[in-house]
Design a protein around this ligand. Structure first.
Ligand SMILES: Cc1cc2nc3c(=O)[nH]c(=O)nc-3n(C[C@H](O)[C@H](O)[C@H](O)COP(=O)(O)OP(=O)(O)OC[C@H]3O[C@@H](n4cnc5c(N)ncnc54)[C@H](O)[C@@H]3O)c2cc1C
Length: 419
C-alpha cells in the first residue's frame, strides 16, 4: 500500500482550525483545570458539541438512507482517519486532558459500530446526534484484577430468562468518561463481562449500559498524575439489569474467535490506538516547540546543515527529540492510512502506539530537563505536559503489551506461545 506523505489541503485546514481552538480555548484554562481536578472544560465542550453531534447525525443518516444511484461513487481511499489523526494531534497539543472530555461516543461508539446491529446503532448512537446537551460514551474493560490481562475479567453477566434481561455484577476501575456518560449525561458505557468464565476469551462479551440504570453506581473519581481535566472513575454493578438486546455481537459462546464477537470488538483498538498515538504526538510537539522557543530566546538554534557531531549537546538533544516524534508520526500516518484504505492494521496500530507512547514520555522529560528549574516549575506548562504525555504509554494497551502484540504478529506466535 502506498502512503501519501502529501497531506490533503482539507486535512491541513481542519487541523489549523483545531489548533486555533486549542490555542484560544484550551490553553488559557490548562493550568486552572490541572489545579482543580474534576472541574470540566465547559467552554471547550460547549464549542465542540454541535460539531461532533452534527457529524454523528450525518453518519447515522447515511446508514439509514438507501444508496443514491445518481451519486458518483467515490474513487480511491477515504481520509476519515487521517482527518481524525490531525485533529486529535492538534487538540492534544492544546491540552490532552481537555481533549479527552470531547462529548462523543468514542470507544463505546467504535464497539457499537464494529459489532452492533443497525437497530442497536440507531438505538444507542442517536443520542450523540441530537439535542442541545452534550452526551458522552465510555468503555469499561479494566477491573481490580484485570488490567493488561483482559481474559482475567471477573465481572459476570447472567441471563435471567424470566425477565429476558442480563444481570451484571462486578467492578470496573479507571474508566475514562464513565461519570460523564452514566451520571452527567444520557450516555452509554460499553461494559465487558463474562457469560461463562470457563470459556475464557470466548465467554467475554460487550454489553451496552445506559445512563441511570438501577444498580450502577459511579464510586470513585480518581485523583491523577496527569490529564487531570479528564474524567476517570470506578463503576460498581450490583444486580444491574439491562435488556437482553443490549449485548453486542453474538450471544453464543463460540471458541475459534468469530469476528462478530470478542475479536471483532477488540479490533476497535486497531482504530483507536493510532488516535492515542496522535494524541501523544500533539503533547510531544507542544513540549518540543516550547523548548525550541525558549532556546531561541537564549540564542540557541539548530543548524540543520551541520553534521550531528559538530553540534552542541543541547542541539543534539533537540535533534533526538525531533527524530523521536518524526518516527512516531510516520508510524501513525501508516497505521491511519491503512484504516482509510480498509486494510487490517493491528500490527501497525500497535507499532504506532508503542513508539508514540515512548516518544512522548522521553521528549517531554527531556524538555523539562533542558529548561532547568523553570522546566520543573508550575509557572510553565511543560511539567504538566510531561505528566499528561505518560498516559499514552499506559491505556489502550501499555507500551510493553503493544510491543508484545508486535512481536507476536511478526513472529506469528499466539498468546499462549509468547506472553
Ligand atoms: C487515566 C487512565 C484512564 C483509563 N481509562 C480506561 C478506560 O476508559 N477503560 C478501561 O477499560 N481501562 C482504562 N484504563 C486502564 C488501563 O487500560 C490499564 O491501566 C492498562 O490496561 C494496564 O493495566 P494495569 O494498570 O492493571 O497494569 P498491569 O496489567 O498490572 O501491568 C503493570 C505493568 O506490567 C506490565 N506488564 C503486564 N503484563 C505484561 C506482559 N505480559 N509482558 C510485559 N509486561 C507486562 C505492564 O506493561 C505494566 O507496565 C485507564 C487507565 C488510566 C491510568
Amino acid at each position: 500500500m502506498a502512503i501519501s506523505f502529501e497531506i490533503p489541503e482539507r486535512v491541513k485546514q481542519e487541523a489549523q482550525m483545531a489548533e486555533a481552538m486549542a490555542q484560544g480555548i484550551m490553553r488559557p484554562v490548562s493550568r486552572q483545570l490541572d489545579e482543580n481536578e474534576h472541574e470540566r472544560p465547559a467552554d471547550f465542550i460547549k464549542m465542540i458539541w454541535p460539531v461532533l453531534r452534527d457529524q454523528q447525525a450525518r453518519a447515522l443518516d447515511k446508514l439509514k438512507a438507501p444508496p443514491d444511484p445518481d451519486k458518483p461513487k467515490r474513487e480511491g481511499p477515504g481520509i476519515t482517519y487521517l482527518r481524525m489523526m490531525f485533529q486529535v494531534e492538534a487538540l492534544s497539543w492544546g491540552d490532552a486532558g481537555q481533549y479527552l472530555c470531547i462529548p462523543s461516543a468514542l470507544l463505546a461508539g467504535s464497539a457499537i459500530e464494529a459489532v452492533g446491529t443497525d437497530e442497536q446503532k440507531e438505538r444507542f448512537l442517536r443520542r450523540f446526534a441530537e439535542g442541545k446537551d452534550p452526551v458522552w460514551g465510555a468503555m469499561a474493560m479494566t477491573e481490580p484484577n484485570a488490567g493488561s490481562d483482559t481474559k482475567a475479567i471477573e465481572m459476570t453477566a447472567v441471563h435471567d430468562e424470566a425477565g429476558n434481561e442480563w444481570v451484571l455484577n462486578g467492578e470496573k476501575i479507571f474508566i475514562t468518561n464513565g461519570g460523564l456518560a452514566l451520571i452527567e449525561s444520557d450516555g452509554v458505557c460499553v461494559v465487558w463481562a463474562t457469560v461463562d468464565r470457563s470459556a475464557g476469551r470466548a465467554g467475554m462479551k460487550p454489553f451496552v449500559v445506559e445512563a441511570n440504570t438501577p444498580g450502577v453506581t459511579v464510586t470513585k473519581p480518581e485523583i491523577k498524575h496527569g490529564i487531570r481535566a479528564s474524567d476517570t472513575v470506578s463503576i460498581s454493578f450490583q444486580d444491574a439489569r439491562i435488556p437482553y438486546d443490549n449485548i453486542l455481537g453474538d450471544p453464543e459462546v463460540r471458541t475459534g474467535g468469530s469476528r462478530k464477537g470478542f475479536k471483532g470488538a477488540m479490533a476497535t483498538f486497531d482504530a483507536s490506538r493510532p488516535l492515542v498515538a496522535a494524541s501523544a504526538l500533539g503533547v510531544g510537539r507542544a513540549a518540543l516547540e516550547f523548548v525550541k522557543k525558549k532556546l531561541k530566546k537564549e540564542g540557541i538554534e539548530i543548524p540543520y546543515d551541520r553534521p550531528r557531531h559538530k553540534q552542541t549537546a543541547v542541539q543534539r538533544d533537540v535533534l533526538t527529540m525531533e527524530a523521536q516524534l518524526k518516527a512516531a508520526y510516520l508510524l501513525t500516518l501508516r497505521a491511519t492510512s491503512m484504516l482509510d484504505h480498509g486494510q487490517r492494521n493491528s500490527l501497525e496500530a500497535s507499532m504506532a502506539k508503542a513508539k508514540a507512547g515512548k516518544a512522548v514520555t522521553e521528549v517531554t522529560q527531556k524538555a523539562v530537563e533542558l529548561l532547568g528549574m523553570m522546566g520543573y516549575s508550575r509557572e510553565w506548562l511543560v511539567e504538566k505536559w510531561m505528566r499528561d504525555g505518560k498516559i499514552n504509554d499506559i491505556y489502550e494497551g501499555t507500551g510493553q503489551i503493544n510491543l508484545l502484540i508486535v512481536a507476536r504478529r511478526i513472529l506469528d506466535y499466539g498468546s499462549q506461545e509468547l506472553n
